[in-house]
Design a protein around this ligand. Structure first.
Ligand code: DQA
Length: 138
């Protein structure tokens, strides 16, 4: 099984960024933990702060991979273009958030892409990614 994890803007700063909200672990070390735990899954990780690069990655893997676990960061709430890319590809996407977006500012309550996703997981810290990964398992 081939699964792509995509992190959007500012998520390269995990571990340093607002640790009270996003925790103390950087994503690279969490990704290593995930790979050690799920050795039977081909896991790939991509992060970009650039909207078009996220779209290019969705196009690149979106007709051959089994699943995408995507935290589009703030683009979740604003990007018609990423939402369209999610709708355009064949590979199912699970939207994830580290924080519980519904317990935060009103502008974080709406996702442009959720309706094009297989599901949404929000508020379980880094475990949100693992729960999304498990949703692709038989
Ligand atoms: C986030 C929530 C978004 O509202 C925010 O812009 C982020 C991170 C989360 O993982 O909780 O960058 O997607």
């Amino acid at each position: 099984m081939k699964i792509q994890i995509i992190n959007g803007p500012n998520l390269n700063l995990l571990g340093k960024r607002e640790p009270g909200i996003y925790g103390n672990q950087g994503f690279e070390s969490y990704f290593e933990d995930l790979k050690r735990k799920y050795t039977d899954v081909d896991l790939y990780y991509f992060q970009s702060n650039v909207e078009g690069e996220i779209i290019d990655k969705l196009h690149e893997i979106g007709f051959s991979f089994d699943g995408v676990v995507m935290n589009a960061g703030a683009y979740t709430h604003t990007s018609v273009a990423i939402a369209d890319a999610v709708a355009a590809i064949k590979t199912p996407v699970v939207e994830v958030h580290i924080s519980n977006v519904y317990a935060r500012e009103e502008f974080r309550h709406h996702s442009m892409m959720a309706k094009n996703c297989k599901g949404v997981i929000t508020g379980f810290g880094m475990m949100s990614y693992e729960l999304a990964l498990k949703s692709f398992m038989p």
